[in-house]
Design a protein around this ligand. Structure first.
Ligand code: ZN
Length: 255
């Protein structure tokens, strides 16, 4: 039976996600930004929390771990490289480890860049990847701790997943991401349509998470750093894609 996945807003711009296995009743929260919205989502669905899968140690992703663990006695899975920095962590995982949520199985990918400990959870049977603050709809996380080469490698690895894979990101920055993307890649027709869809979604109180790998490859300027149009936009014609990526990301920091 396929997983049931729900997403909802937390804090000012975080996205909470619940992954439920209908066969066993197991249910994982991906990160724990805020207890209230997670409890509300669990209650609305009639699910009980069995696991929390942490993508990285930043406070806005882990601050509700301990209260949720106290309430549900759930297991807390955290990145090996964040050892000692995720309150309540029960097990630490790294590259290639398998994590079960009831009968559902995820593979752990280390995706450093935004921070050194960052991991993603790839549920191959569900065609879903939880990318945390590595890959966003129309954007990517700020590169704060690792070399740009590592973030670029993390992003290109995610981009190599099949086009139909759904990408669940840790924040809803789609409107500001869309505005930057249009500035960087103004002649991209697919991007223009998607930016308009993002504005429509916002007006209707929706947000564009999940997106798909195929949509991101077509419209996300950071995944398109290997395209001549993006190199031109940052005046790095002929440069390696990672150099274009770095220039785009630094431009976005100032945008
Ligand atoms: Zn973060």
């Amino acid at each position: 039976m396929a997983a049931d996945i729900r997403v909802f807003r937390c804090l000012s711009d975080n996205i909470g996600a619940l992954v439920h296995d209908p066969a066993t009743g197991a249910c994982a929260a991906i990160d724990a930004p805020d207890e209230g919205p997670i409890l509300a989502a669990l209650e609305a669905a009639g699910w009980r929390l069995s696991d929390i899968l942490v993508t990285h140690r930043h406070a806005d992703h882990v601050q509700a771990v301990e209260p949720l663990k106290r309430r549900f006695g759930c297991r807390v899975v955290a990145p090996a490289k964040a050892k000692g920095e995720v309150p309540g962590a029960d097990i630490y995982v790294g590259e290639g480890d398998k994590v079960q949520v009831g009968g559902l199985s995820a593979e752990v990918w280390e995706t450093p860049g935004h921070c050194a400990d960052h991991i993603a959870y790839w549920f191959a049977d569900e065609r879903a990847v939880f990318a945390g603050d590595t890959l966003f709809t129309l954007g990517c996380g700020r590169v704060m701790e690792s070399p740009y080469e590592e973030m670029w490698a993390s992003l290109t690895r995610l981009a190599a997943l099949p086009d139909d894979v759904r990408v669940y990101s840790g924040h809803d920055y789609v409107i500001s991401n869309a505005r930057f993307a249009l500035a960087a890649d103004p002649d991209n027709a697919a991007l223009k349509a998607r930016a308009a869809e993002a504005e429509r979604a916002k007006a209707e109180g929706r947000f564009l998470v999940p997106s798909t790998i195929g949509e991101e490859k077509a419209t996300n300027p950071f995944l398109r750093a290997g395209e001549p149009a993006l190199a031109r936009a940052v005046k790095r014609e002929g440069a390696a894609p990672v150099a274009v990526f770095q220039a785009l990301r630094e431009w976005k920091n100032r945008f």
